[in-house]
Structures are given as C-alpha cells and as structure tokens.
Design a protein. Structure first.
Lengths: 342, 358
C-alpha cells in the first residue's frame, strides 16, 4: 500500500488508537488495583511508555514481521477490535440505547469502518481531524466537576506495596495499548521528517496529560469503595453535572465517545489492511469485507455482562503481550539476525 | 453505484434511536418522589403535573422494593411514570433507620434517572408532605428543590445532591447530614427543622437544630451566601440583640497522633447586620461585642462537636483528613475511633464590617 504520512497525521493516528474506547473506562481497574496511589503509579507507567516510544523510534526498522507474525497480529487485531466493538455496544445499551437491538448497533459501527476501509487509506488517516475539537470538549466539560472533587482522596500513597504497584502498572497498559501501531506506521512517515526528540516528547506529554486528568478526576470524584461499582467513571462524572442547555450531558458525550471509538475501529481495520496487503493479493476488497463480516458477527457473542467482565479482567495481560513484549522480542530477534524493514 | 448502496444502508441504520424514542407527551413526568416503609414493605408516592387541572397528581403504591413500588404505581396511571425530570426525593425518618442506599440504588443504577437532585428526610410520614404540593400550580419537586436550595444559601443545609451523598455513603471516613423537614402548625407548608445526622448509612435519630446546623457547617468550612448568627448582648442591664453574618472562615486542624487529639483552630470574620445600640466605632464596644460573639460561637462549636461524637457521625470528614495525612492513626472501624478522639476547637471571631452604619 502506497501511503505517506506527515508527522501530524502519524501522531493523530496514534493518539486516536491509543485513547479511543478505553478513555471512559480504564480508570476503574487502575484505581481498584492501586488504590490511592493510582495517580502516582500512572505517572510511572507513562514514563515507561515514553521509554518504550524512544526505543521503538530507535529500532523500528527491525520490526519486520514474517508471514507467521503478520497473521498473529492480524488475528490479534481482529479479536481485539471485536472485543472493543462488543464493549461499545454494551456501553451504548447500558447508557443510551437499551431498546435498540444490539446487532443494529454493531452493524452500524462495522458498516462505517467497512466504508472507510474500502476507499482510499487517506480517509481513515485524516478522519481523526474532525475529532480534535470534540475530544477537547470532553476535557472542558469534565472541569465542571471541579467543585465536587475531594483532593484528599489522592492520599495516602503506599509506595511499599509491590503487588499494588505491579497491578497498577499492568492495568495502566489499557491507557497505552496500541503502541505497536507506532512500529507499523513509522515506516510510512515521510523520509526527511524528524520524530525523535521534541515531537515525540510533545506527543507523550499530550497523551499523558489527557489521561492523567481523567485519572485524577476519577480518584478525587469517587470514594474507593464506590469506584468498584462504576465501570465508566468519566461518563458518570459527566452525568452528575447539571447544565442548562441539555438535560443529560452523559448522552451527548457517549455519542462523542462513540464516534471517537468508531475511528479507532477504522484504524484497526486500516492496520489489518496494511499488513494483509503488504503482499500483492488477488481480491483485496474481499479480504477487507470478510474481516468486517467477522467483526459484525464476533461481538454479538460477547455482549453480556459476565463476558464483558471476563474480557475486561483479562485483556490487560493480552495487551501486555502484544503491545509490549512481542514487539520487543521481534525487534531483538531481527536485530540479532540483521533483518530489517526495507 | 455500490457507494450509493452503502449510503442508503447506512441511512437506514441512522434510525437506530427510533427504538429508544421516549416522548414526554406519552409519559407522566414525575418531579417529586416520596418513600416510606422498609425492605419488603415500601410505600411510594409520585407527584406529577396535571396540565389541564393546573395542579399535581399524586399516585401511591406499595411494593417490596422501591423499583417494585414504581412498577405497581405504573398500574394506576394512564401514562407510564417517567422520572427523568425528578428533582427531589423525600424519605421518612423511620425508613432511614435502615441503610439509606437500599432506596437509592435504583437512582444510581438507571441512567435515565438524574443524580443531581435533592433529598430530604421528613418528620414522620411522607404523605402529608407530598399532599401539600397537590394544589401548587408549579412542579411539586421544584417546590422542595427551591426550598432546600434557599435553605442551603442561608447555611442551614449543606450543598448536597444525590451523587455527592452517594460518594459519602460508600466511605467510612465521612458521614452525611441530610435536610430534615417538618410541617408547619397549620400543615400548609414545610419548615426546615435542621439536619438529620447519619452514622454510616443509617440515621442516628438525632436532628441538629437549625442553629446547630449552621454551626456544624461553619465547622465544615461550608458557609454559604448568608450565615447569620443572632445573640443578645447585655449592656448596662439591658439586652440588645445583635446579628452577625459570617464573611470568611479559615480553619486549621493540627493532629497529635500520640495523644489522639485534634486541635481545630477557626478564624471567623463577620459583618454586623443588626445592632440597634450603634457606636461600634468605639473600641470598647467593638471589643466587647466581638468577645461576646466569640464566647457564644466557642460554646456552640464545643456543643455540636460533642453531639457529633456522641452520635458517631463524622460529618466534618475528620476521617478523610486522618486517612489521607495521618494513615497510621486511621482505623478500619473509624466510627468507634472517631467517637473517642479528643477534639479541641478554638475560635477567634473578628468583626470586619459593620454595614453602612458605624
């Protein structure tokens, strides 16, 4: 596939994929597992994430995927996207569309992704631009909750509980999942563009602040015992705010989150396309169609409370393997063999 | 061609929300809910406006749970009850002798229910409080919402809504104190009778008087637009009334972990709003009045703290402070620990304004 990305397109792509879907929910498991220290542990996780970005920037050429690993990642993305769509459908059914058949919601999401992936790749790459102002609205309206925040909820910090720290770090992977996309899309960046240094640091700071505000607000808004019952804390905070122009602020933001998450699904579709079409195929559109057909069917088996809970309670381990461990192993292996992306 | 096909198919799916369409014209929009009874035997009251008669209709129902009561109430109305415009919940004081969360769960769980609403505890049965809204031309819930909000502005009720109450119910480190209302002697309007003290999720049975409620809110550093205190100043054998409005409150808590003692230093700046004797520009009068107010407030602070500790009701959030900044001193059974702490308040009152007269 012949695509050339500018720096802005590249980082926007990464930002959408790393923040979509999980933004309204990742705070709950993080705070449940690391208690009052969650915000500090998240800072540590963010530093690790930045270190990983620097490492990926240095060695991205060695992220060469052979046929086997190409299929591994394609299947991983398919299943991950199916799980994300199932969660999107579940959230919509819980918050705004309880009567709408689940399959209609799934088909709607998948159809949009299918359309975006059947046309030029630039469509998926650039569609995120329209999200920038509405994502900012998310943060601005969160600020309405400031008077209700209890800052003493951030203390005490337990820094000697290793289990708590490790659990917190591993649950922070929800915030930074999809970082492997850096390795996938980095070779498509225009040759003469400089990424390391200031641009990378700026990207890290933006995504960190975006997430960090949500962690702080969640911790200060909810009691520790209460947060165990709130699966989507950011939506709940918005629901509890009273504004004059709309009765339920949460509905407004659930739809913003939905459009943001649909773009994430589109980017996963594009990533599948990038890997699958890295070799010349006879019927490229059919493969995209089949990928989306599976995406329309698989989530329907997961959209129940217990299955969603199972996915949420185990997905971070899967993310840890495919987002952090496997890329590192592949890079080390290829560096040792001297094989790199052309 | 296939693009047109896809666009047509997508347009069909844009109709998705049709399944969830809810029109107000097909619902009885409830603005006030009353609950009494206990698990297994709840009684609920739902007030909704009747636009043709320009008054409020009240529907009663029984059930084993608050949700069941609502289901039963739906059997008695021509249009399903819709609580999305709910503004106030009234609960009987006997009902909150059991954990209050039992009746609030449905409001937190159902996204269609608003959670930025007011809640108040009634003296005795809820029914007469609901009934007095029947002849109101405006919304029944709006009446109580305005009533509670104006009392909040006078620093008799804390600024709370369902969500903030919910947060406190889930932690042991801070208790709630909810507006307590009673009927006037002629039973024609509601009267703010003070604050119902809770210990954990249950009502202790103790109600602070409006004056004690104001003092408690000063201890919490939550004075609102007005916080007026009236005292009698005795001078030359005459009693002269004086009213002071709190302008600023500063507080500093110092914790001695070994002695389990908390020194609570308060500095209160007030404006004199009533003093018929005048001549506050004379320093001896000003000093004397200031000292008199300070002595009264000091005594009232001590009295309210004693009540709060006796009732094991940590409405000031001392537990929150201790857990955050003195975790070694914090105990899991916080209420027992709280009751045995030594709380030492010291108040300093300063008159900083005297109105437009001296």
């Amino acid at each position: 596939m012949n695509v050339s990305l500018s720096k802005a397109q590249f980082f926007l792509l990464l930002f959408i994929i790393q923040t979509g879907v999980v933004y309204i929910a990742f705070q709950t498991p993080l705070i449940i597992n690391s208690q009052n220290s969650a915000w500090l542990i998240f800072i540590v996780a963010s530093v690790i994430h930045y270190g990983l970005l620097l490492l990926f920037e240095r060695y991205y050429r060695y992220f060469y995927l052979n046929v086997f690993f190409r299929w591994v990642y394609q299947i991983y993305w398919l299943l991950l996207t199916a799980a994300l769509i199932a969660y999107m459908g579940y959230v919509l059914a819980s918050w705004v569309l309880p009567q709408t058949p689940e399959w209609v919601v799934v088909v709607m999401i998948v159809a949009l992704s299918l359309y975006a992936n059947l046309v030029r790749p630039e469509t998926v790459i650039n569609i995120g631009v329209m999200l920038i102002p509405i994502i900012l609205l998310f943060v601005i309206f969160l600020m309405l909750a400031v008077p209700d925040l209890t800052w003493s909820n951030l203390f005490p910090i337990e820094w000697n509980n290793t289990k708590q720290i490790m659990e917190g770090l591993i649950h922070s992977t929800y915030a930074y999942f999809g970082i492997e996309m850096y390795l996938i899309y980095r070779p498509f960046l225009k040759q003469d563009l400089q990424v390391k240094g200031k641009p990378l640091l700026l990207y890290q700071l933006v995504i960190f602040m975006f997430y960090f505000i949500s962690v702080l607000f969640t911790q200060m808004f909810f009691a520790l015992e209460e947060i165990k019952l709130i699966p989507e804390p950011i939506t709940y905070i918005l629901k509890s705010q009273e504004v004059t122009f709309v009765k339920r602020l949460d509905i407004f933001f659930v739809y913003i989150w939905l459009s943001w998450s649909i773009v994430t699904v589109m980017i996963f579709g594009l990533s599948f396309r990038v890997l699958y079409l890295s070799k010349k195929r006879k019927h490229p559109k059919w493969s995209i169609f089949i990928y989306h057909l599976l995406l329309a069917i698989l989530p329907l088996f997961v959209m129940q409370f217990q299955r969603i809970e199972l996915v949420k309670n185990s997905l971070h381990y899967v993310l840890f393997v495919f987002t952090f461990l496997l890329p590192l192993v592949i890079i080390c292996w290829n560096k040792w063999r001297g094989k790199s992306v052309s | 061609m296939y693009r047109k096909g896809i666009i047509i198919i997508l347009s069909v799916f844009l109709l998705a929300s049709c399944w969830d369409e809810r029109l107000y014209k097909n619902s009885s929009v409830v603005t006030l809910v009353g609950v009494e009874g206990h698990i297994g035997e709840y009684k609920g009251y739902y007030a909704y406006p009747n636009t043709t008669a320009q008054q409020n209709e009240v529907i009663e129902a029984d059930g084993i749970s608050p949700r069941d009561v609502r289901t039963k109430a739906n059997l008695k109305v021509e249009q399903t009850l819709d609580l999305s415009e709910l503004s106030t919940i009234l609960v009987s004081d006997q009902t909150v002798r059991e954990p209050i969360y039992d009746i609030l769960d449905i409001y937190f769980r159902d996204p269609q229910n608003p959670i930025s609403i007011k809640i108040a505890i009634t003296e005795g049965d809820v029914k007469p409080f609901i009934d007095l809204t029947k002849d109101l031309a405006g919304s029944a819930g709006g009446y109580y919402e305005r009533f509670i909000e104006s009392t909040e502005e006078n620093t008799y009720f804390p600024k709370l809504d369902l969500q903030t109450i919910g947060s406190m119910l889930f932690e042991q480190t801070m208790d709630i104190a909810l507006p307590y209302i009673q009927l006037s002697e002629d039973s024609k309007h509601a009267v703010a009778a003070g604050l119902a003290l809770f210990s954990g999720q249950t009502f202790t049975g103790t109600v602070l008087t409006p004056k004690q409620s104001l003092i408690m809110l000063l201890l919490m550093n939550q004075s609102s637009k007005q916080a007026r205190m009236s005292y009698m100043w005795r001078n030359d054998g005459k009693d002269i009334p004086i009213t002071a409005d709190v302008i600023h409150v500063k507080r500093k808590w110092t914790v001695n972990e070994e002695l389990r003692r908390i020194t609570m230093d308060y500095s209160i700046e007030v404006e004199i709003e009533e003093f018929a004797k005048n001549h506050l520009y004379k320093e001896p009068i000003l000093k004397d009045v200031q000292q008199m107010i300070q002595d009264h407030v000091q005594a009232e602070f001590e009295e309210v703290l004693r009540i709060l500790q006796n009732q094991k009701s940590d409405t000031l959030g001392i537990g929150r402070h201790i857990r955050a900044f003195h975790p070694k001193m914090f105990k899991e059974d916080w209420h027992a620990e709280y009751a045995s702490l030594q709380l030492v308040p010291t108040v300093q009152v300063k008159i900083i304004r005297t109105g437009v007269l001296r």
